[in-house]
Write a protein that binds this ligand. Structure first.
Ligand code: G1P
Length: 292
């Protein structure tokens, strides 16, 4: 079955970027000249998906507005003959349906995904966490497209994994796996942010998932776990035991834009490859660091 819909949870408070995120949702903070969210949307569109389900919280209406027409701005740009400034954005979203659902209480990522059920129904779907930016490598499918392809071939829910350092396992959902084929693993267990030394492997979840709709059943059964939250990872363990769950390492340039350092790294790297400012930024960095 073809994947058509993608869920993006955007209800988080963005506390790591306060006070910037006091009135601006963290998903709209720019990396060079595009909001972080637009990189996620581009990844989804590049995979041929056509519907986005935002799971939003209070104070996030600017995200819905971002997808809407800005009449005043667009009329002004049109009069000035500068509407082409918005052309790439319009191209990206032109065939996209965007649905927004409110998560009224912050009960965790698992609960946020469960909130998407009325918009997803019985079909398989993708989930992309907005903190993680995956930039497509030349000639490669987008990050989420690498998962939808496996799902469409196997009919089994598939998630992205990435190897992390031992010192980082307490920041991620960590998976227990056995190898099934080249770059394809069977997932047996998922542990949310294990203590150092307790991880079942070095494979962490970087926030890209494709799930069978029956995960909603698992989510409904999931009791509050780590931090008192309904954890997506707990529902994934039950899905894995019931139906199977696959994992693959995505080939993309990944940034943890939810972290100050990762956010700055994303700005530098994507700034360096930006056609307008790339050469000037490179010159500046060389001068600043003396080419070392
Ligand atoms: C969430 C998930 C975790 C995953 C991580 C990826 O944690 O709960 O399993 O590995 O995203 O960024 P968070 O970073 O929201 O605490």
């Amino acid at each position: 079955m073809k994947i058509r819909k993608a869920v993006i949870p955007v209800a988080g408070l963005g506390t790591r970027f306060l006070p910037a995120t006091k009135t601006v949702p963290k998903e709209l903070l720019p990396i060079v000249d595009k909001p972080t969210l637009l990189y996620i949307v581009e990844e989804i569109v590049a995979a041929g998906l056509s519907e986005i389900v935002l799971i939003a919280g209070r104070g996030k209406t600017a995200i819905e507005d971002f997808f809407d027409t800005s009449y005043e701005l667009e009329a002004t740009l049109e009069k000035a003959g500068r509407l082409e400034l918005l052309k790439p954005f319009h191209e990206t979203v032109k065939n996209l349906t965007v649905v927004s659902i409110r998560q009224h209480v912050a009960l965790g990522l698992g609960h946020a995904v469960l909130c998407a059920e009325p918009a997803i129904g019985r079909e398989p779907f993708a989930v992309l966490l907005g903190d993680e930016v995956m930039i497509r490598r030349p000639g490669k499918p987008s990050g989420i497209a690498q998962l939808t392809k496996i799902y469409e071939e196997t009919g089994v829910s598939t998630v992205a994994v990435m190897p992390v350092e031992e010192s980082e396992v307490n920041k991620y959902g960590m998976v227990k796996v056995t190898e099934r084929a080249e770059n394809l693993w069977n997932v047996h267990d998922v542990v949310e942010k294990p203590a150092l030394g307790q991880a079942p492997s070095r494979f962490a979840l970087p926030g890209r998932y494709v799930f069978d709709a029956s995960i909603f059943e698992d989510l409904r059964q999931t009791k509050p776990g780590r931090g008192g939250e309904i954890q997506l990872t707990d529902a994934m363990t039950s899905l894995a035991k019931r139906q199977g769950l696959l994992a693959t390492v995505i080939d993309a340039q990944r940034f943890d834009a939810g972290d100050k350092l990762g956010y700055l790294q994303a700005n530098i790297e994507l700034g360096l490859s930006h056609p307008q400012i790339g050469p000037a930024l490179e010159k500046y960095l060389k001068e600043r660091f003396g080419g070392k």
